[in-house]
Design a protein around this ligand. Structure first.
Ligand SMILES: NC(=O)c1ccc[n+]([C@@H]2O[C@H](COP(=O)([O-])OP(=O)(O)OC[C@H]3O[C@@H](n4cnc5c(N)ncnc54)[C@H](OP(=O)(O)O)[C@@H]3O)[C@@H](O)[C@H]2O)c1
Length: 188
């Protein structure tokens, strides 16, 4: 693969729901910590990841995200909102940041963090460098009003095991969930 990997990451319920009333309908701190660890993981000093999210989905952890440049997508905002480092008017411009100075030498992975509008962009799932989808499968129905898009599970195959990701079912606050990684099948 030429270029930098581009990956989607989300937590979904049994109906592929991701949110309700503009929020996450579950409270799973350990799952959220693992999500933060995943998107901030880099191979060494000076390396960074590019995190892309829509205006309604900014991640607001209690402390800054290390090793990251955060991009907010909006067609309406005129200045970079709190919690972001960059503002882009479209997805292609956001991805392009990873390939242009001053970020190009540093960015390793481009993470797409939602919400629905952004996950549904064909430019994301169909991007030639989109090689993996990380989904936490929350094993309950939360009556969500926003959803992760259906995707081709022949193109993206569920891996039985993935290094660093527990394969057993997790439980938090009485809610069961499991971590899943879907890997794009590439033709030889
Ligand atoms: N479970 C999960 O893993 C997860 C992850 C993220 C979010 N969520 C949930 O998802 C819900 C929010 O999703 P959402 O779809 O309503 O909001 P969103 O995708 O976060 O934000 C939508 C806004 O982003 C901007 N935008 C989106 N696509 C764009 C594009 N291609 N170019 C330029 N700007 C673009 C637009 O802002 P302007 O209107 O300013 O132009 C749009 O109104 C919440 O419930 C949240 O909790 C869940």
């Amino acid at each position: 693969m030429d270029g930098k990997p581009l990956r989607l990451i989300a937590a979904t319920d049994t109906a592929l729901g991701i949110g309700r009333d503009g929020r996450l309908p579950w409270h799973l701190p350990n799952e959220f910590d693992r999500f933060l660890s995943r998107v901030t993981a880099v191979s060494g000093p000076g390396k960074r990841n590019l995190l892309i999210w829509g205006r309604h989905s900014a991640v607001r952890p209690s402390q800054p995200l290390p090793n990251c440049h955060r991009v907010c997508l909006s067609r309406n905002l005129s200045c970079v909102p709190p919690g972001a480092d960059h503002l882009c008017r479209d997805f292609a411009s956001a991805v392009q940041l990873a390939y242009l100075p001053p970020l190009s030498d540093h960015i390793e992975t481009i993470w797409v963090l939602g919400g629905t509008h952004v996950y549904q962009l064909q430019e994301a799932l169909k991007h030639p460098n989109c090689d993996q989808i990380y989904l936490t499968n929350i094993m309950a129905d939360f009556n969500c009003d926003t959803f992760f898009p259906e995707f081709d599970r022949e193109t993206f195959r569920l891996l039985e095991e993935f290094p660093g990701i527990p394969s057993e079912i997790q439980e938090e606050n009485g809610i069961k969930y499991k971590f899943q990684v879907f890997q794009k099948v590439t033709s030889q």
